[in-house]
Design a protein around this ligand. Structure first.
Ligand code: FRU
Length: 495
């Protein structure tokens, strides 16, 4: 179970607090009030030195899952779960940002709001697509006031204008209701995600079949019956999570990557991925390989976008911040997904992120430096470090990031031949063919740390903000090693 879960808090709040919108509100009233609440918190949020500058977040207030990532008409659109009225979890809306290049982003008006007059109190996670009539369409989970999400949820849709700025609720709502399931009860039924296969359109949702007791977390599949995507047929359980401890499946993403079908699931714990085969006839998925998307403590509920060249990018929710600063939560960096030659999932920072680099420093082939000398990094707390280390005869490597005069490292990474460790988080890491090259990309964005090791292991973690000039120390253990290339850049803002 991850900490700072939005579910319990937001469900409780929905039950205890009167709805923020009142009956009779128009969409524009509801959005105006939410926008004003976000704006009022902006000065506080922006003056907080811990707030990241090169990770997507709302102008202020609470953010959780990335929603509906989609590339359309030259823009990368990204929505996110937003509680506009505080920097803690509460009734959700959809915030919206867009980018031309995945490096620079702009904020857009709040996209989707709870239609209180139509019986909604929260707008939960979902996806965005262009339907068969050419209309931009958002699918999301609609939560009704006073009804627990565990047992009551519906999947609703909103239709957008061609620029994705203004949205109206589909007159066909709910587009998927529990009646579709016949005698099957799906608990925690939510988080629609759409995919196409051979001209057919499918949608998956998360949930579980045993009242969240564990062992029956499922990804459920539906097939569209009309081009407007308002009529659906339930095709059963695409996949049941093998983990007996998994209580439910949140935010499923199901897509084809190169020749593999890939499933991401957030099971109230570390995000799992599965690679395998999809049989569109039976609508069943068989997994051959599985693993964790991120081994750090603060990455959850990822969502993916297919980009124009056919590749796929993923963002997750970075959680674990303190409330009381006018903002709380951001999205991870965009990560490019690929498969290795041996068919395993790889993640690397989106190449466009290099546009955010300022003037860097570099050291090459420094066998002696590895003995414990500190390298002085650009004097900032928003930086990227790239280190290619040749293990030579060493059996392990320790990398310490320090800040200012403090002797205690702020970040320590240990590699011990087959495992990499960041604090309490451990991940198996096979260096591959040559068994010698450890490639690290480390991003520090004030209170957010993201680490990529050989594109095989990622860690996302919130950290105390560095004060003073950061320094790097790399030590070899059990033998000699060389830092073939160490580079560091100050990183600029995405806004
Ligand atoms: C994942 C999640 C989703 C839900 C949303 C509500 O963090 O619990 O399952 O739709 O957050 O904010």
């Amino acid at each position: 179970m991850i900490t700072s879960r939005p579910i319990l808090a937001s469900t409780l709040l929905a039950l205890l607090l009167p709805p923020i919108c009142t009956r009779g509100d128009t969409a524009s009233d509801a959005i105006a009030r939410a926008t004003a609440a976000v704006q009022a918190a902006v000065p506080r949020a922006q003056s907080d030195p811990a707030r990241p500058i090169f990770h997507v977040t709302a102008p202020a207030q609470w953010v959780n899952d990335p929603n509906g990532p989609i590339f359309h008409n030259g823009y990368y659109h990204l929505f996110y779960q937003l509680h506009p009225f505080s920097d803690q979890s509460g009734p959700k809306y959809w915030g919206h940002v867009r980018s031309r290049d995945l490096a620079k982003w702009e904020h857009l008006p709040i996209a989707v709001w709870p239609s209180v007059e139509a019986g909604e109190s929260e707008i939960w996670s979902g996806c965005c697509t262009i339907n068969g009539l050419g209309e931009p369409m958002i699918f999301y989970t609609s939560i009704a006031p006073g009804k627990p999400a565990q047992t009551h949820a519906e999947q609703w849709a909103a239709i957008g204008d061609k620029d994705f700025i203004t949205w109206h609720k589909s007159p066909a709502n709910p587009v998927l209701s529990e009646a579709l399931h016949g005698g099957t009860k799906i608990y925690e039924w939510r988080d629609p995600f759409i995919f196409n296969d051979h001209k057919r359109t499918f949608l998956v949702t998360g949930g579980n079949l045993n009242n969240t007791k564990g062992g029956q977390a499922t990804v459920n599949i539906y097939e569209a019956k009309n081009p407007g995507l308002t009529e659906w047929e339930y095709r059963g359980v695409l996949f049941q999570l093998p983990d007996p401890g998994a209580r439910t499946a949140e935010c499923p993403n199901f897509f084809k990557l190169e020749n593999e079908w890939v499933l991401f699931v957030s099971p109230y714990g570390k995000v799992q991925y599965f690679l395998g085969d999809f049989d569109a006839g039976t609508c069943r998925f068989k997994s051959r390989v599985n693993g964790l998307l991120d081994y750090g403590p603060n990455f959850y509920a990822p969502n993916t976008m297919q980009v124009p060249d056919g590749r796929r990018i993923v963002w997750g929710w970075v959680n674990g911040f303190q409330s009381g600063h006018g903002w709380n939560g951001c999205l991870s960096l965009p990560r490019l997904l690929s498969l290795s030659r041996d068919g395993a999932l790889r993640q690397s920072p989106a190449p466009q992120l290099t546009k955010l680099r300022g003037k860097g420093v570099a050291w090459r082939n420094m066998p002696k430096e590895i003995g414990g000398k500190s390298w002085v990094l650009p004097a900032t707390n928003t930086l990227e470090i790239s280190a290619n280390i040749d293990l030579q005869t060493a059996t392990g490597i320790t990398l310490d990031l320090k800040a200012g005069t403090s002797t205690e490292p702020r970040v320590t990474l240990n590699f011990s031949g087959s495992e990499i460790k960041l604090g309490d988080s451990r991940a198996p890491l096979d260096l591959g063919k040559d068994k010698r090259t450890l490639r690290l990309r480390i991003f520090v964005d004030r209170s957010v740390l993201e680490v990529f090791a050989n594109d095989k292991v990622c860690f996302t973690k919130t950290i105390p903000v560095f004060d003073g000039v950061p320094t790097l120390e790399i030590r070899a253990e059990g033998g000699m090693a060389s830092a073939k290339l160490v580079e560091a850049w100050p990183m600029g803002t995405i806004w």
